[in-house]
Design a protein around this ligand. Structure first.
Ligand code: 26V
Length: 820
């Protein structure tokens, strides 16, 4: 049809150098001699994306021609990590680029470091979304990731005297070479106002008369498949003021106010909310949710589907996967479009809508389940509230028919809660509307059925399913751990990168002494690499020849960073009191990485405690270097990529039944760390796969947790009865880590002794004993290495490719689009 073919630059050193210099000169407007590192990085990024462009356009064309079913992943968060390295491995350009840059006197490593990662997520849920879109691209499955282009992602964490201080994340400030803005495809989004009924040729209909609107500007990002010629799209929305918005106010002569009003509109995509457990019920957050979901549905219906598409066939062409409840407002939005705009019957619209959505739940904490006050929702989205009421009325009528007279059941199952204030339970709405509901690990899915949504799973037993999470082996092994990747490829060939079960073929090599030697050399190399990074980044030096024991994840009481602190303090106390000979145990580095939600006081206290314990322990000569605590600030995807491959021991110590899955646990196992962990989330499946002998299990099991709580848990009893525990807590209470000031950590101490919601004290003894088993196992170097190799070989199940196949089988029924 007359379009010129888009061709990539030549896949050779000369081809690359030519294109790179062209980008430097014509894109950045500088000569090589005067180019800053940032100029060079931007030119490099633009050069690499040129290699992806033809594939991107071709992928879009093929998917359109195939009329295939697409996955629309709706997620308020994508924790992407740096883009450059991932694009390089996807295109197999790493060596060419390295050589080409070297010929110009440029070090690729220096340019890599220029990139500020897009941290558009809080933690597990956002990183999972990034792994999923990577897998779908690699599997050639049509997918659009929809989300929000926050101008400020997760805050940058700094420490001042050991206490967390947040700084804005200005990830866009030095240029954004990976994004493609398309203002011409902007979508209007409406808010507020009221609804009214009108006569539509004898039919009474409802329409929404909104009060204000904003524009959603799409920014496209490439999601390259791994060396398969495919590039999918991630479409993130940015808020702008509409023309109407401007005119109204500008015409009134209030120029300055009008400019300020623009800022108001743009606030919607300004910043990622850094809370990831306690909903704040903030109006702006609901605006964000509706904003991106309204843009995404409109975009899919009007721009992705062919012009003459019959929306009755929508379920054949799309599945909207709801990443937690954050995008659930999409359900009444689609109903509104079908009923109010397309003028369908309610039942007809509901039948289609119910087939278009599926819901993934990511939590078990009751306080993390989103609810929106009816007052707020009705003010911002009056028509959507009406639609939700109607959905609820119809649903409860159905329930009443099946369970006549069961008033209590109706009240329990209602999408509308009456107390403490009238509000919409978003998880219930998602469950009622979704074709499927899934948890993120076997145990979690079971608890979801039995504890969180028991009435619903009784009502619709087949609606509930499990898909255990996974992580992308491209980023978390191939890219993060080149030395291990080479070793694996030597052992089993290169196919493992897209077929991770192939790691199994390494199992016999666990018994090969020479292979174990090479495996240890990889770990040692990765520790050197980490040491160099921490030196550069934070001025931290790691002691040589120490076990690296790592706990990295958001700071949450249920994850129990305090349990690990108590263990460290206890070891320290036993050394200084002469009970423990520091030369009798392996030297250990305890590494932490964790951000606390800015308003979460207790979490910030715990961060302060870790840093203050470190300051004392690290400098006490009596310890003789046996214990070292390090806590580099601002843990993010980039740091994870260097930290995880260096780890010996992975700490997954949440209270059983509280961590939905965990995904860090999988990354560590795949990189040859052994896990010390509770029987929680995906730890359960990791242990089943790697085997009890290669996993350090401790702590109460989930049913036991319930019993202990039901029997009236008294943490102080554990304190009184366990001397080691008592001494550790007393040392903290004494002010030993706060220059003698007993008040500083008093809130933590008294919380542990009198409340301890997450049973830290109940699990302490079991944890200490498991840590003793760790010490003993580590002293057996060959045995430890053997276990580490088996952890890698048996963790292929945790590829997000496998998760995607499970979603496809159990929920989406989509298919790869292969070349014709
Ligand atoms: C929850 C909320 C609650 C309302 C306020 C805002 C907000 C923002 C984010 C979240 C997400 C928290 C849920 C979450 O990240 N869950 C984690 O999901 C991982 C991926 O499934 C899983 O591995 C972790 O166990 C789970 O904690």
């Amino acid at each position: 049809n007359g379009t010129a073919p888009v061709t990539a630059p030549q896949h050779s050193v000369e081809g690359f150098v030519k294109e790179f210099l062209r980008e430097l000169h014509f894109g950045q407007g500088v000569t090589l001699a005067r180019a800053s590192d940032n100029d060079q990085y931007l030119a490099l990024a633009r050069t690499v994306r040129e290699y992806l462009m033809a594939r991107w356009l071709e992928t879009l064309r093929r998917q359109f021609d195939a009329q295939a079913k697409s996955v629309a992943y709706l997620s308020a968060e994508y924790l992407l990590g740096r883009q450059l390295d991932n694009a390089l491995i996807a295109t197999d350009l790493t060596e060419i680029v390295e050589e080409g840059l070297a010929s110009l006197g440029i070090d690729l490593a220096t340019l890599r470091e220029q990139e500020v990662e897009p941290g558009l997520g809080n933690g597990g849920l956002g990183r999972l979304a990034a792994c999923f879109v990577d897998s779908l691209a690699t599997m050639s499955v049509p997918c659009i990731g929809y989300g929000i282009r926050y101008e400020y992602g997760i805050f940058r964490q700094t420490f001042v005297d050991g206490w967390q201080v947040e700084q804005p994340d200005t990830w866009l400030s030095l240029g954004a070479p990976w994004e493609f803005p398309h203002p011409e495809h902007s979508v209007p989004v409406h808010f507020g106002g009221h609804t009214e009924t009108y006569d539509d040729g004898g039919v009474e209909r409802t329409r929404w008369v909104p009060a204000w609107d904003v524009l959603g500007v799409p920014y496209n990002y490439m999601v390259p498949g791994y060396q398969n010629g495919r590039v999918n799209t991630l479409r993130l929305w940015s808020a702008r003021a509409t023309k109407a918005f401007d005119l109204q106010i500008f015409n009134s002569g209030e120029y300055v106010d009008a400019v300020r009003a623009q800022t108001f509109a743009e606030n919607i995509s300004k910043v990622l909310y850094p809370e990831d457990s306690t909903p704040q019920g903030k109006e702006l957050r609901l605006q964000q949710q509706y904003f991106f979901v309204a843009c995404s549905i409109r975009d899919f219906v009007e721009n992705v589907l062919p012009e003459d598409f019959d929306l009755h066939d929508l379920p054949e062409r799309i599945i909207f996967q709801l990443n937690d409840t954050h995008p659930v407002i999409a359900v009444p939005e689609l109903m509104r479009i079908l009923v109010d705009e397309k003028k369908w019957d309610w039942d007809e619209a509901w039948a289609v809508t119910q087939k278009c959505f599926a819901y993934t739940c990511h939590t078990l904490l009751p306080e993390a389940l989103e609810v929106w006050p009816v007052e707020l929702l009705g003010r911002l989205l009056p028509r959507h509230l009406e639609i939700i009421y109607r959905i609820n009325d119809d649903f409860l009528a159905e329930v009443a028919q099946r369970f006549p007279g069961d008033e209590l059941r109706l009240r329990r199952m209602s999408i509308i809660a009456e107390h403490p204030e009238r509000s919409v339970r978003m998880a219930y709405l998602a469950t009622v509307a979704g074709a499927k509901v899934n948890g993120v690990a076997e145990l979690h899915s079971q608890l979801l059925r039995d504890k969180v949504l028991p009435d619903f799973s009784e009502y619709w037993p087949d609606k509930f399913t499990n898909v255990t999470n996974g992580v992308t082996p491209r980023r978390f092994v191939r890219l993060a751990n080149p030395a291990l990747s080479e070793l694996i490829t030597d052992a089993v060939g290169p196919g493992w990168v897209t077929d991770l079960e192939r790691l199994r073929e390494m199992e016999p090599l666990a018994d090969d002494a020479e292979f174990r030697e090479r495996f240890r050399a990889v770990k040692a190399h990765n520790k050197d690499r980490l040491n160099a990074l921490l030196q550069r980044r934070d001025g931290i030096t790691l002691p040589a020849d120490a076990m690296l024991d790592v706990m990295v994840k958001r700071l949450h009481e249920y994850k129990r960073q305090t349990l690990k602190v108590l263990h460290i303090v206890s070891q320290y106390e036993r050394i200084v009191s002469g009970e423990l000979d520091p030369t009798s145990i392996p030297r250990r580095v305890f590494a932490f990485g964790a951000k606390a939600a800015p308003g979460y006081k207790m979490a910030k206290q715990i961060i302060g405690l870790i840093n203050h314990v470190g300051a004392v322990v690290n400098t006490d000569p009596r310890v003789q270097g046996a214990l070292t605590v390090v806590f580099p600030p601002n843990y993010n995807v980039t740091l994870a990529e260097t930290l995880i491959p260096a780890a010996d021991l992975s700490e997954q110590i949440s209270l059983a039944g509280k961590e939905a899955s965990g995904t860090g646990n999988m990354k560590f196992a795949l990189n040859g760390a052994l896990t010390i962990g509770t029987d929680d989330g995906a730890n359960v499946e990791i242990r089943q796969l790697v085997g009890d002998d290669h996993f350090f299990l401790f702590g109460l099991l989930e049913p036991q947790v319930e019993q202990v709580v039901a029997a009236g848990y008294e943490p102080s009893r554990y304190y009184e009865e366990n001397r080691t525990l008592r001494r550790a807590i007393d040392l903290i209470a004494s002010g030993a880590f706060a220059n003698g000031d007993r008040k500083v950590f008093e809130p933590i101490v008294s919380n542990l002794l009198h409340e301890d919601r997450f049973l830290v004290l109940a699990d302490f003894q079991s944890y200490v004993e498991a840590q003793e088993r760790v010490d003993a196992a580590y002293l057996d170097t060959e045995g430890w290495t053997r276990s580490a190799i088996l952890n890698v070989a048996r963790s292929g199940f945790f590829s997000s490719d496998r998760s995607m196949w499970d979603y496809i089988d159990r929920i989406w029924h989509a298919q790869p689009v292969v070349a014709r």
